[in-house]
Design a binder for this molecule. Structure first.
Ligand SMILES: [Zn+2]
Length: 427
């Protein structure tokens, strides 16, 4: 039943987590093993349904911790480096076994002869790298399960904060945060929200094998702020790009984030400032945000990298161009974001670099500039253009979609109200 019994004689008993009560350890291992063999038996049964010779495999699982290496995991499981090399030199995705991350689970299957028959690397609930032995050696295959998304509805009335109301409506904080993000371009959830404001949201609940395990995207949402109705619909255009639009096709977003970092302003835009290092009057053509080194910096808008590298006193810097008249600049980075180089495209909100203290600075911070036709503007007060609406060529397709979504939102609301009324009657 337990691994240590199955693998008697192999030096793997120390691989079991050290628990205070051996009974608990055994129980856990046993149930884990059963789950494993159940999965494998189904797979084998479907693969070799003709033969009922499916060999019985014994699985042992390890939760990967930081500091573990593939070699040490193989050794703990009772297999030497020669076997490990055979596995990672296998066909297909087998070599991907070399990329391990803490928190993932690795499982080794041993056949009746004590030989390694398969290795499973479970990267997440949805993704597993499955490596199995065949006549020629090992072969790896990445299996990605696709969860089923079912729409769900929640609604609430705000008494204190959005988060309290959302929690009472059965929403997770993450979902509430996403909703605030969708409407956050027009509504300040700290200052603008009033008692009596209402929200309705249709979102995805994700199921795997009929069991709910997470929530997905918000599909549509309505927020009534001081009597004003705001509706956002998630629309996927014919290129496959998804974004939130109001039912008339205008974007919920602005073309630029007001602040490209989650941090406080340490030095505002000021054309008369005395420079902190040079001690002469020198305009401060941007806004400084103090943040710990390594804090991610976001692209303020969709655009293209015009410059990525070292730029004198600015240190490690990224300059983005947005359309033909606006540029944004991000200075004093510790390092650039992944894939950020001259000419590459960036999406709004994408991490383009990390806070540092490169260049002429007194401490780690982001220096952020917003320029229109080359002239510096105060990014905190400048009028920001709206993001692009649904293109004209897609308007017919979008309108049909929007009508359906708004109708669906109403159906949910009515159903919800009737349910609430029925519950009131029953009480
Ligand atoms: Zn600055």
């Amino acid at each position: 039943m337990s691994y240590s019994l199955d693998l008697n004689g192999n030096p793997v008993t120390n691989s079991a987590p050290k628990e205070s009560t051996p009974v608990a350890t055994e129980d856990r291992s046993a149930s884990g093993a059963n789950e494993r063999s159940a999965t494998v038996n189904t797979e084998l049964a479907s693969a070799e349904s003709a033969e009922d010779q499916a060999p019985k495999l014994n699985w042992q699982e390890h939760k990967i911790k930081s500091g573990d290496t593939l070699s040490s995991l193989f050794r703990e499981a009772g297999f030497n480096d020669a076997i490990m090399l055979k596995v990672i030199h296998g066909e297909g995705d087998a070599s991907k076994l070399q990329r391990l991350y803490a928190g993932e689970t690795i499982a080794f299957a041993t056949d009746a002869n004590g030989d390694l028959a398969a290795v499973d690397l479970k990267r997440s609930l949805l993704e597993t790298l499955h490596i199995s032995r065949n006549e020629d050696g090992f072969k790896g295959e990445t299996v990605v399960l696709k969860p089923e998304a079912r729409p769900a509805f929640a609604s609430g009335v705000i008494d204190g904060s959005l988060y309290v109301a959302a929690r009472e409506a059965g929403m997770s904080d993450r979902l509430a945060m996403e909703m605030a993000g969708i409407f956050g371009w027009d509504i300040d959830f700290v200052y603008d929200v009033r008692k009596g404001d209402r929200f309705e949201v249709v979102y995805e609940e994700l199921y795997l094998d009929g069991e709910k395990f997470d929530t997905g995207r918000i599909l549509s949402a309505r927020f009534i702020n001081r009597g004003e109705d705001n509706v956002a619909l998630l629309y996927t255009d014919s290129h496959g790009d998804s974004d939130y639009y109001s039912p008339d096709g205008s974007s919920m977003r602005k073309a630029f984030l007001r602040t490209p970092i989650n941090a406080r302003v340490s030095s505002p835009f000021n054309m008369q400032r005395r420079h902190p290092v040079l001690d002469v009057v020198r305009p401060h053509e941007g806004t400084d945000y103090a943040a710990p080194p390594g804090t991610p910096i976001k692209a303020a808008g969709h655009g293209r990298v015009h410059f990525a590298g070292w730029k004198g006193g600015y240190g490690r810097t990224v300059i983005l161009t947005h359309g033909d008249n606006i540029t944004t600049l991000y200075a004093h980075m510790s390092r650039l974001g992944k894939g950020i180089r001259n000419g590459s495209r960036v999406k709004q909100g994408e991490t383009i670099g990390y806070v540092g203290s490169s260049g002429m600075v007194t401490g780690p911070h982001l220096h952020y500039e917003f320029r229109k036709n080359g002239a510096p503007r105060n990014s905190r007060t400048v009028d920001l253009p709206d993001a692009k609406p649904v293109p004209k060529s897609e308007m017919a397709r979008f309108s049909k979609f929007a009508k359906q979504q708004v109708a669906q939102l109403e159906v949910y609301r009515d159903g919800h109200q009737q349910l609430a009324m029925a519950q009131d009657r029953d009480e």
